[in-house]
Design a protein around this ligand. Structure first.
Ligand SMILES: N[C@@H](CCC(=O)N[C@@H](CS)C(=O)NCC(=O)O)C(=O)O
Length: 195
């Protein structure tokens, strides 16, 4: 059984979306979390070591970190074709998108909000918003999804910051059309409705 620790309107929304895409049985534990406005608190039912969401429990294993959970799930259900399986062409690119998100994209946007994205150390380590946008736009040029013809969890993860912070969306029709395609998916709309 899959147990999903979730707080609506948070990073766990992308795991919720993937679970709906996969269309597999799962149990949801809706967790309270401390929110930026001072509301909320750590939920004792949440097994995440930092009290955060998302977290996923499966067969005695606890998986945390959005990208790790998405990869775990798409590997667990390869028949659903929402990831790129080991041995399949494109596996390297798929892993690259997922890891690039956590290692570069989130830090870039957080540094930007903090107003220090132009610091030479930030630039040397992560580049910046323009580089993130350029890489996405180049990858999507003439393609429907990041992995080409197949919608994958990489699209869920990489489009997620723009769903929460629309103003950060790269100002380019290729990016805007991709986000529109992502948010038109039935599973996304179902997840939103449940939240
Ligand atoms: N890198 C983590 C970040 C998880 C994260 O920061 N989640 C936020 C919700 S958006 C949270 O649970 N915050 C509660 C807290 O900081 O205690 C991931 O992507 O899974």
């Amino acid at each position: 059984m899959l147990t999903f620790y979730h707080a609506p309107m948070s990073r766990s929304g992308r795991v919720h979306w993937l679970l709906r895409e996969l269309d597999v049985p799962f149990e949801t534990v809706r967790c309270d979390i401390p929110r930026q406005d001072g509301s909320g608190a750590r939920d004792p039912r949440n097994p995440h070591p930092d009290g955060k969401v998302p977290a996923l429990a499966h067969d005695g294993a606890l998986i945390t970190e959005s990208a790790a959970i998405l990869l775990y799930l798409t590997d667990l259900f390869p028949d659903r074709q929402l990831g790129i399986a080991t041995g399949e062409q494109g596996r390297g690119a798929y892993l690259t998108w997922l890891f690039w998100y956590g290692a570069v994209v989130e830090p870039v946007y957080i540094l930007d909000v903090l107003g220090v994205a132009d610091h030479p150390v930030a630039q040397a380590s992560f580049r910046g918003r323009d580089a993130v946008a350029a890489r996405l736009i180049a990858a999507l040029d003439g393609r429907e999804w990041l992995m080409g013809d197949r919608f994958t969890a990489a699209d869920i993860l990489l489009c997620s910051p723009y769903l929460y912070f629309p103003d950060a969306t790269p100002d380019h029709p290729t990016a805007r059309d991709w986000i529109r395609r992502c948010t038109a998916r039935e599973a996304y709309l179902t997840a939103m409705e449940h939240d």
